[in-house]
Structures are given as C-alpha cells and as structure tokens.
Design a protein around this ligand. Structure first.
Ligand SMILES: [Zn+2]
Ligand SMILES: [Zn+2]
Length: 411
C-alpha cells in the first residue's frame, strides 16, 4: 500500500528537514510517509508533521520544535535499524541535565529540529540492521551515550573512543530515547548485553551518569583506596561519583547548594557534606578543613563557574581536578587560577562520558553488590511527566535528589 506524498521536497526545508529526512529514510519511509508543513514561530523555523499510517509503524516520542519551546509527546514514524545498528525498544530512560542543556540550545551537536532528547537508556532489541553480529532480536541491552566509530585517529591510534571525532550520540546528534523506540548505529562496537538480574531502571544510569562518573573517578581521577576526594555538585554524576569513590574505599567530601542533593549524598555514604551555597571564601575554607589540607582529587560535577574554581582550590599541592560537568551557557569560561595550577603542579583533566569498555567494569561492581545504581532512582515517571521535569530543570537549584527514570512510554 503506497502512503501519500509530501507537498514539497524535504530538501527545501534546509537543515531541519534534512534531520527529518534522515529519520524518515531510517524509517524506510523515504520522503513519502509524512505530510510536512513549514512555518515560522517567532524567529525560528519549525516543521509540523502529520503522519498517516498507511503501512508505516508509528511510536510515541517526546519532541521539541524549537529550543526552549514546549516538549510534548507526539506520534512519529518508528525508526528502522541502520546498517550496523539496531532498534531498541526503550524500557527505561534517565532524565539527565545534559538533555536540559540540549533543549536550551547549549549543545552544538543538536543541529536540527524537531528533536527527540534522551540518551540514558536500557531496553530490548527489536530489529537488527545488516552487518550486526553480536546481537539478536530479544537481547536486553544497555548503550553508552557515546557511540564511537572505531576507525578515526582518536579511536584507532589514541584508543580514546570517548573523544571519537565521528561520535554519534542518541539525543544529540541523533533522535534519542524519550521514545518507545530508538535506532542506535555501531551496535557491535558500543552496545553491551544486560544480564537478566539487572533491572532496566537500574541499568538506565549505566549508559551515562554512572559510567561517566566511573571514568571521572577511576580512569581520569585515579582514585584509590584511602584517597581523599572532593565532589562538587551532587546531581546524577556527582552522586554516582560519591557511590563509586566510596566503593573504592576513598574518603569523600561532597558539596551542593541543594538540601535534597546533600541528603542524597549523605545517604550514599559521603563522609562530610557541605552546603555549596556558602560564599566562596567560606566554602573553600570548609573544603580545606574537611579534606584535611586539600583533596587528592576533586571532581567538578556541577558545571557552575564558581564550582569549577572552587574545585581547583579544594586540592592539595600536586592534586588532580577532574572536570566532568559541562560549564555551559553563562557558566562557560570560569576564571581558573592557573598560577596556582603552576605553583602547585596541579593536574586539571577533562573527562567525557565513558567508553564501551568501561561498562562491563561497572556492571561487574554492580553484580558484586559493590555498587547499587538502583539506589539513585528516586522517581519513576511517564514520558509526558518527564517532559515537564526536563523543562523545569530551568531552575538551576532544582534537584530530584537522585535520578528520575521514565518507565512508561505510553503516556
Ligand atoms: Zn546523561
Ligand atoms: Zn572514532
């Protein structure tokens, strides 16, 4: 049965249409499945799409048509598996501050609209594209949010797939997992089987905040038993960093402006928890005192300019600061005290996501009972509630005190 055809070629709609065209091509619908109209809303071009289901499977997904515009659940065409990739039926998906940054327009990887956010997913494979060998339909999987290519210089020479120059990220470069289904390319290289004894809600954090924190603390931070670690910012990554540092036997000093977040840090075993709402001089003194002269490692997980600077001042001589949050928007360009970095031979290192090889290490700690990512889940919500939570992150001091996970994609 032939579906009916768009009024204008998609290419006339520029970038936004090219994203839509890619999605339609992935959906096997070419340019023929949807009615596409364009218009303007304020200064932004938008596309509205009406789908007639003539033989094309559809799904529910949360979309926004302009940055900072409404995010709402709509019916869109279900994706098809790309070559080397799979389609995953999303069973659980974390609501992450990175999605909020994307929605605000802070993330240059989102090149076109409309857009589906979401990158912290676990689910079941429903379709396999040509060239996939490690996975089958019905496999439970978790995906890191960085889908590396395996062939660029960063992947194949540096062996640092977290900075892959051709990386693809669901929810940023690609439509993401605030949806019933998501198409993920490069499956063999990046996806991991999820054992039956790890539930989807716990696993959702493994693709982003938990493995991101693992890389920041273990791989980049080199935290060991007995290390003193300062974690500034107790959102998803910060709380995960606390749990991981404690599991390694470190002493942890945590700080956050939000009481719920501080309570969550205490519950996860942080040895000292400070109010980051103190003025900077007082907070630095409190950090110095509670780390007994300075931390071996500080982890900046708040993404606020003042927090970046305080993370440097929190170190002992010769200490290492790991920047894992993204200071974006008005927090870009924090005044880092580089004279102190020189005088004290501080190491300031970046940490970006996690590589696929980190996932089995984290999963091993989960199965041994040393890490319990499920403890971070404070609320399970439906897709439309998640849209509201994402838009409400605008209040910078908002905190769930843990992780919100979508586990109902029908509403
Ligand atoms: Zn995330
Ligand atoms: Zn690469």
């Amino acid at each position: 049965m032939m579906p009916w055809v768009v009024a204008r070629p998609l290419s006339q709609h520029g970038l936004a249409a090219s994203r839509l065209g890619n999605h339609l091509a992935n959906a096997g619908a070419a340019a023929a499945a949807a009615a596409v109209t364009t218009g303007t809303h304020g200064s932004c071009q938008f596309i509205s799409m009406r789908i007639r289901h003539r033989g094309f499977a559809t799904m529910k997904a949360a979309l926004y048509h302009q940055f900072r515009g409404p995010i709402a659940v709509e019916e869109v065409i279900k994706p098809k598996a790309p070559p080397g990739g799979v389609v995953v039926e999303v069973r659980a998906n974390g609501v992450c501050r990175s999605d909020w940054h994307g929605w605000c327009g802070h993330d240059g990887d989102i090149q076109s609209l409309p857009h589906v956010p979401g990158h912290e997913l676990a689910g079941v494979i429903t379709e396999i594209g040509p060239g996939v060998h490690k996975f089958s339909v019905g496999d439970r999987v978790v995906s890191p949010f960085i889908l590396s290519c395996g062939t660029c210089a960063e992947c194949s020479v540096l062996h640092q797939p977290t900075v892959c120059s051709k990386q693809q990220q669901p929810g940023f470069h690609l439509w993401g997992s605030f949806a019933e289904f998501v198409a993920l390319p490069r499956a063999d290289l990046n996806l991991m089987h999820l054992p039956a004894d790890v539930d989807f809600e716990s696993a959702a954090s493994l693709g982003c905040r938990f493995t991101t924190a693992f890389r920041a603390v273990v791989t980049r931070g080199n935290v060991k038993k007995g290390s003193t670690v300062a974690v500034l910012g107790c959102g998803g990554v910060g709380l995960s960093a606390i749990a991981i540092a404690k599991a390694l036997g470190a002493r942890v000093v945590a700080a956050d402006v939000n009481l719920k977040a501080r309570d969550a840090a205490t519950a996860l075993g942080a040895d000292v928890v400070l109010d980051a709402g103190l003025d900077d001089a007082d907070l630095r003194e409190a950090l110095r005192e509670s780390t007994k002269g300075g931390a071996d490692v500080s982890v900046e997980a708040a993404g606020a300019a003042s927090s970046v600077v305080n993370s440097v001042y929190a170190l002992r001589r010769g200490g290492r600061m790991v920047q894992v949050a993204l200071p974006l928007g008005r927090h870009a360009g924090p005044p880092v005290p580089m004279a102190l970095a020189a005088a004290w031979e501080l190491e300031l290192v970046g940490s970006h996501g996690a590589e696929a090889a980190d996932l089995p290490k984290v999963l091993g700690m989960v199965r041994e009972g040393r890490l319990r990512p499920g403890d971070l889940v404070v609320e399970k919500v439906c897709l439309s509630a998640a849209c509201n939570h994402l838009m409400a992150m605008d209040a910078e001091k908002e905190s769930a005190g843990g992780m919100r996970v979508i586990n109902d994609f029908q509403h």
